[in-house]
Write a protein that binds this ligand. Sequence first.
Ligand code: RB5
Length: 163
Amino acid sequence: MIALACDHGGFAHMRELKLHLDGRGVAYKDFGTYTDDSCDYPEYAEKAARAVVSGECSAGILICGTGIGMSIAANKIPGVRAALCSDCFSAEMTRRHNDANVLTLGARVTGAGLMLRIVDIFLDTGFDGGRHARRVGMIGELERSANCQDMCQTPTETAERRG
Ligand code: RB5
């Protein structure tokens, strides 16, 4: 099951993507938005990202105007490794080397045809493991230590640490 989300900037591309996934027989859960009315991408990024981290969905595909806002927002959810891709090589490598579990796309950057190729590569490429597993593990450690520092320190200590 793939978690999908978009904002108004990605809405038209999302329609294309769902038709494509239907054609491939890929199951998905659409976390919205469901209209092209202006909306706030972090809300939809969070819903889809949490579905990936909880295990409800195996991966996520998020679309906004540039793909950047969705990427920044999704990467705030611990356990998410979201990659913004606008080319096929990056889509392949972020699965092989980063074990990316969320793909973000910019509808105002990447045309629908290229987007669908990027999506296919993302869905069909596995993680290489090996030395890359160690590095992905280190990203998890960074995430845990950053969260721990925030939770274990008073707001004053946190402000001092950040300078
Ligand atoms: C919406 O206008 C736009 O800011 C959004 O889709 C996205 O590009 C943000 O990163």
